[in-house]
Unconditional design. Sequence first.
Length: 229
Amino acid sequence: MRNKKGLSSLTKKLVMAITGGCLVLFLLFHGSMNVVSIISESGYNWICEFLGANWYAIVGTIGLAAMVAIHFIYAFILSFQNYKARGNQRYAVTERQEGVSWASKNMLVIGIIVIIGLGLHLYDFWAKMQLAELQGVAPSDGLSPVDGIGRIKFVFGDTYFSVMYLLWLAFLWFHLSHGIASVMQSIGWSNHVWKRRIEWLGKFFAIVIVAMFASVVLYYWLIFPNLNV
């Protein structure tokens, strides 16, 4: 039973690692795409049109949604299993474990905040762009569903939304900085020699991803302040 249970737990962690790795690659692509908006507005709008209501974009969106759902469902399952396994020890007051980061001990809470922020992001962009284009309706704010630049200026011209996005990105950094290293460890790319290097590599990729998204928020917030007021 112990081996069977251990194999089940290992399989769940592997599924989380694979889906998490795919989502990291998507974030690298999505962040790079967003940076194009700073370099060329017309180029960014072309990308938005290319990834609009097209069959390949829809298939990709469904695949991403499935990976996000699987990743966080397994995160909840594993967290609940770990909670039950601790038994009465979960009520005991213990000292902070040496070498255990704050992010690793609070990944579930951080993940929930990331999901909430993701919902806000989907409402601000996906629902008013690709979904609106699929439905053949114009968003209530009057912007075209394929006007990506107009959408970015509209959303990030609002101080409240910009601050909310930056706070969300801070939690996303915590999640990625620990999660990327965990992915590599789960698939066997981390060992005693490389453990520290893998951790720093995870932090590096987390910084790159968050910096790309944050640069877009800050750029349009500073250039188009209070646009929505």
